[in-house]
Design a protein around this ligand. Structure first.
Ligand SMILES: Nc1ncnc2c1ncn2[C@@H]1O[C@H](COP(=O)(O)OP(=O)(O)OP(=O)(O)O)[C@@H](O)[C@H]1O
Ligand SMILES: [Mg+2]
Length: 226
């Protein structure tokens, strides 16, 4: 079943002589439950693509359809709701709120949505992420690996259909990287979630079902491995 369609996506930053075409007519389809690695050199357009798929930014032209719906047909407010409910975003530098503790950071998108926290899901996530006993710690009292696990908890709390991660292990040592990746892989298998992970790490690309390579804003390779 198709979950995501990226259709002729182009993103130009700036105008006139300083314009940069960061994405140039990119199209691909994603099946539900796929675990995809996106690779490419620095400046090739990976983060730009992720921001568009996550509804963080709008394209210059082209569309992104999630479950058949054009996400950019929404107003900015509707897009904010979409980001909280339907996608889980994970960044290299965690993006946690420094004054909120572990539990508050994980539940923030749910609370911002005016919904009740599913306590069972929360405690299950805290346990799966190895954060028991740290529930009331602030981000600066946690290691990098722990902070990234909080960010993953926040991304998974809403049970999003699709998880988008931009270099989720870019800031971690190899042991923590392997742990974070196996957690994402487990969530992908357990909840049949679709994961799209931007990475520079060969080992991560090797564990993906499919690798999409981007250069100069275009897809240069798209391979499924079985
Ligand atoms: N807000 C912006 N304004 C102007 N140019 C931008 C902006 N964001 C990105 N770019 C340019 O678009 C191109 C693609 O950037 P992008 O961040 O998508 O690359 P990337 O593949 O994620 O690189 P990296 O691996 O270093 O994170 C680059 O040339 C970059 O300079
Ligand atoms: Mg990037």
């Amino acid at each position: 079943m198709n979950i995501l369609s990226v259709e002729h996506l182009t993103r130009v930053y700036g105008t006139g002589s300083t314009a940069v075409k960061a994405l140039d007519d990119v199209s691909f389809e994603v099946e539900a439950g796929e675990f995809i690695a996106i690779i490419g050199s620095s400046g090739s357009g990976k983060s730009t693509l992720m921001h568009l798929m996550g509804g963080v930014d709008r394209p210059t032209s082209g569309t992104v359809k999630l479950q058949g719906q054009d996400i950019f047909a929404r107003s900015d407010e509707q897009l904010a709701v979409f980001r909280r409910r339907e996608v889980g975003l994970i960044y290299q530098f965690y993006n946690l709120i420094p004054v909120l503790n572990v539990v508050e950071n994980i539940t923030l998108p749910v609370l911002m949505d005016g919904r009740a926290v599913n306590e069972q899901r929360l405690s299950g996530l805290v346990r799966a992420l190895g954060l028991q006993g740290r529930e009331h710690y602030l981000p600066n009292q946690l290691s990098g690996g722990q902070q990234q696990r909080v960010a993953i908890g926040r991304a998974l709390m809403n049970e999003p259909a699709i998880v988008l991660a931009d270099e989720p292990t870019g800031n971690l040592d190899s042991k923590n990287s392997a742990e974070i990746m196996s957690m994402l892989r487990a969530a992908n298998r357990q909840f049949k979630q679709t994961h799209i992970i931007i990475t520079h790490d060969e080992n991560i690309a090797l564990m993906a079902d499919r690798v999409i390579a981007i250069e100069d804003g275009r897809i240069v390779r798209d391979e499924r491995r079985n």
